[in-house]
Design a protein around this ligand. Structure first.
Ligand SMILES: [Zn+2]
Length: 270
């Protein structure tokens, strides 16, 4: 029997290190893109070292989604104003009911009206190539946004799915599912974990976590909506759930309306 003075100890689902229960809370969805209330692991399921050490994986998701989050008015972490800060030549911030959006298409840095130094456009991965169209007194700025170009985005989605499994089914189930290929992929980028993206809906920015299941006796899968994207993540060892889902989608939808990360995870003539 434990007393009130004892801190319950258990193991981190990512690295297996014993944790003490006073670890920092792990937000399952990164705060910068809006973590649903209570969607947090608070009982030391993730140790402080993994919480901080895997932040770069979360950041890949933040980069690909923060523009959408900003446009939806999602407050920044710690309740601050909505913000876009992970791009090179773009900065946006909502303050006092005004949204300021800066895109620097010059090669040289500029200073924004809020005094922030904004790097120039140098064609780097984190730069946005914007095009301005003018029609009479109206001007529009177009730029492409990609989802999942960096391989770290897939790692971020698998991490999120595994922590969702932990939140829904408990630490023991998650630790068993993660140990092996899932941990290698998320922690070290090792191995191959393709993901299914089955459609997007840009009318509403919302996260929805509703589906989790077992695939034969080989582990778990999760399906969820993150921002505008519907995502299917296979957490099994042999990727059987991925194959079954991709096959099912092809049977019902043909080659369009869904895709995979990486793009060539299934060979279909599109
Ligand atoms: Zn850990």
């Amino acid at each position: 029997m434990s007393t009130a003075n004892e801190t319950p100890s258990a193991n981190c689902i990512w690295c297996g290190t014993q944790t003490k229960g006073n670890e920092p809370p792990e937000h399952i969805v990164p705060e910068a893109i809006g973590c649903p209330e209570g969607f947090i692991l608070r009982a030391g399921e993730v140790c402080a070292a993994c919480n901080h050490g895997l932040a770069h994986v979360d950041q890949a998701l933040v980069h690909d989604l923060e523009m959408y989050a900003f446009m939806a008015g999602v407050p920044n972490r710690r309740g601050g104003p909505a913000k876009v800060s992970s791009f090179g030549n773009v900065h946006a911030e909502a303050r006092n009911g005004h949204a300021n959006f800066y895109v620097n298409m010059d090669p040289t840095p500029i200073k924004t009206t809020t005094g922030k130094r904004l790097p120039g456009f140098r064609g780097k991965e984190r730069d946005i190539k914007a095009v301005m169209h003018r029609d009479g007194q109206m001007a529009t700025i177009d730029f492409p946004l990609e989802f999942g170009r960096s391989p770290k985005v897939a790692r971020g989605l698998v991490k999120l799915a595994a922590e969702y499994l932990c939140w829904a089914m408990g630490r023991d189930v998650a630790a068993k599912a993660i140990d092996g290929p899932v941990a290698d992929f998320v922690r070290h980028g090792k191995g191959y974990r393709p993901i299914v993206l089955f459609g997007s809906d840009v009318t509403k920015y919302e996260h929805h976590f509703g589906h989790i299941g077992q695939h034969e006796n080989d582990g778990w899968w999760c399906a969820f909506r993150l921002a505008h994207f519907h995502v299917f993540v296979d957490l099994t060892t042999n990727l059987g759930a991925f194959r079954q889902t991709a096959h099912g989608l092809y049977e019902t939808m043909g080659p369009t309306g869904w895709t995979t990360l990486p793009l060539d995870a299934v060979s279909i003539k599109r």
